[in-house]
Ligand binder design. Sequence first.
Ligand SMILES: Cc1ncc(COP(=O)(O)O)c(C=O)c1O
Length: 406
Amino acid sequence: MTRGSQPQAGLNWPLMENNILRQDLDAVIDYLRQDDPILTHASNVRAFESEWSRWVGVKYSVFMNSGSSANLLTLAAITELQGGGEVIVPPLTWVSDIASVLHCGFTPVFADIDRRTLGMDTDEILRKLTSTTRAVFLTHILGYNALSQRLLDELAARRVPLIEDVCESHGAIFAGRRLGSFGLVSNFSFYYAHHLSTIEGGMVCTNDEDIYETVRMLRSHGMVRELSSQARKEEYWRAHPDLNPDFIFAYPAWNVRSTEINAVIGRSQLPRLDETVQRRTRNLLLFLEHLDPAVYQTDFATEGSSNYAFTLILRQPDEALFRTIMASLREHGVEFRRGTSGGGNQLRQPYLRRLLGDEYKNYPRTDHVHFYGCYIGNYPTLKRDKILRLCDLLNGLARGGARHAA
Ligand SMILES: Cc1ncc(COP(=O)(O)O)c(C=O)c1O
């Protein structure tokens, strides 16, 4: 009997562990002990923004209530500053990446993924560029870098802005720089499952002053008083002498601000983020090294990756084996999410079927992940032995599945 065919009772493997530790809660309690602490957006939010900018390697960051809000405000800023058109997006991503494109009046144009990065394939993106492409909105899936030098060079040559969604990939690196520092704009999420959590939270990062100032206003009702530049504020005051300077609404916008409490939690975690990224990376490499490469995809683009999840994808389509795997993971208390990010092929979702009908059929690599892929949690406290037990379980199932199929 192989080790893998022995029962792996009670692996007890939740999708994620809380990143917010006792020390982060204590930081909040210390903050609240002050007399009359400010709770709404104030100096801790500003400090978190500048610390995050330094960490990512950008000039400006704007903290808000979620990664989805970061997606929305980014696309809203692009519409306001550059007008409408097409935006190239992946079918494998989170719903808000596509919802933001639709809500801001852009036409989404889809490009299939590269199976090694799970992000959009460079050739596919280049094939879909037209004279009306307003931006390429790329998602770095589950910690894998989706950039290539060729893509960056081509987009720069054609002056097509790049937007990076780094919500699932904090700390991943390409060409010696952190992801999120390449695009005109980049987005991060600090939701529970991600590398750093502020309960709920998101960040828009950029080196572009116009984008930065516009996103600051969009975060707060479109109000001019949110501008950081005094000169820009005064321009509005001069142009609108009939308005109270406290209430000039430059854009029809939203309130997606966060609070001091969320910023205190984020600031408390940031100093240990690099170390937790390294631990998660070691875990992923161990997992991929011990999976059976004849059955599972193990050749992901791991260089510079930063994963909070183990990607488990069958090499070949095999309905029966994938059903066996899912049943066994459930039986052994291993939580997973089928289809990986956002549940797989977004084009199969009702909101896009209504708009685009059968378009979902044209993305075979995304569909493969949709049907034969899932992710399992990867967090810093996972022990080597437990990861090896999971690999044994999965490899054993594959051998059993192969026998069964034969
Ligand atoms: C790629 C991606 N973009 C955006 C989001 C949205 O972030 P949030 O959950 O903070 O709204 C997520 C969600 O987790 C995501 O995975």
